[in-house]
Design a protein around this ligand. Structure first.
Ligand SMILES: [Zn+2]
Ligand SMILES: [Zn+2]
Length: 351
């Protein structure tokens, strides 16, 4: 049996590199030879046992690769084609998909997120992509793997937060937390036409990156109270849209407290434990506020649009890749990324 290298979740605290059989495919699938992938904050949650996946699951949900084989029912693609697939791989046929919520494919429990969650993922030399015709997008030759590596997840998610927040031209937007997703939300807010973007984080290098990606003002939450600072910057008016990009009570609540009446809280964080909504933070329910949430938009049309953005040069997310590893070094990559050492934002893993 032909084998490949793969990063496998064993138990909380343990993701290890192992040899596994190369996946076999069904009629609607594609087999990708993964050329480049990355590690997501969500993978760190899996590693720590904070998000449950089955033991022995191959992790990873951000593939750039080349088609190695196609199922009998797949048309419109060819072996050897360079492609990406989104982190979320909707079926394109179910009620959620056809109702405009493909990330929620299959109904309750974030069913659209399959790779590295409910089926084996792409931190491996090969990955089986389900529903290939709904999920594979050709990558233009002019774009490098690294240039498109953010499309499957963080760019789609971060931009999604700006889009779902329905930012209007001329809006004032706060983006609270500037990890990779928050940085992409900042870039997305700029693309959507916000005229004033206030970025909040505690890490200086992330605030620097936020400025490069379109933040007009930055607030270092390690030395200033972000709510007070934002209210001062907006002369007490508050912001039109507040984007939450961490998934914590403190940041969610800060977003609520800086919203203008009628403003929108666009939440990207993944919450664990209790999330409370103190009545005074949302005007006792009388503020005409809107709260929206986003799971990374997936599917081939989404990826096509994001590739267009990259190709246009309107946003350059290349600076987010701060460290590079080979797949056989992925345990080191996890160690660096999970512990946020050395100013790491995203790692590129070549397979
Ligand atoms: Zn992810
Ligand atoms: Zn579906």
């Amino acid at each position: 049996m032909e084998t490949m290298l793969a990063a496998v979740f064993k138990r909380p605290g343990e993701i290890v590199l192992e040899r596994r059989p190369i996946p076999s495919i069904g009629p609607n699938d594609a087999l990708l030879k993964v050329t480049t992938t990355t590690i997501c904050g969500t993978d760190v949650h899996i590693l720590r046992g904070e998000y449950p996946v089955a033991s022995e699951r191959i992790v990873g949900h951000e593939p750039v690769g080349v088609i190695a084989a196609l199922g009998d029912a797949v048309s419109g693609y060819r072996v050897g084609q360079r492609v990406i697939a989104g982190a979320i791989t909707p079926c394109g046929q179910c009620e959620s998909c056809l109702d405009g919520h493909p990330s929620q494919c299959g109904g309750m429990a974030v069913g659209g997120w399959r790779l590295g969650n409910t089926i084996d993922g792409c931190q491996a030399q090969y990955v089986r992509v389900p529903f290939a015709m709904a999920n594979l997008t050709s990558v233009p030759d002019a774009l490098s793997d690294e240039q498109v590596l953010m499309c499957p997840d963080i760019m789609s998610t971060g931009f999604g937060g700006a889009e779902r927040g329905e930012i209007k031209i001329g809006d004032t937007v706060a983006v609270i937390a500037q990890g990779p997703i928050g940085l992409c939300a900042t870039a997305g807010a700029r693309l959507k036409g916000a005229s004033r973007i206030i970025a909040v984080d505690r890490i200086a290098s992330r605030l620097d990156a936020a400025k490069l990606l379109g933040a007009d003002e930055i607030i270092d939450a390690s030395s200033a109270d972000p709510v007070q600072a934002i209210m001062r910057l907006t002369s007490g008016r508050g912001v039109d849209v507040a984007i939450e990009a961490l998934g914590a009570q403190e940041t969610f609540e800060a977003c609520l407290r800086v919203l203008k009446p009628g403003g929108t809280l666009s939440s990207l964080g993944v919450y664990a434990g209790k999330l409370a909504m103190p009545p005074d933070a949302f005007a006792a329910g009388l503020g005409d506020h809107r709260i929206v949430t986003t799971l990374c938009p997936g599917g081939k049309e989404r990826m096509r649009r994001l590739l267009n953005v990259v190709a246009s040069g309107r946003v350059n997310l290349g600076s987010l890749v701060t460290h590079r590893f080979r797949l056989d070094q992925i345990e080191q990559a996890y160690d660096l990324f999970a512990n946020q050492r050395d100013g790491v934002l995203k790692v590129a893993i070549t397979c």
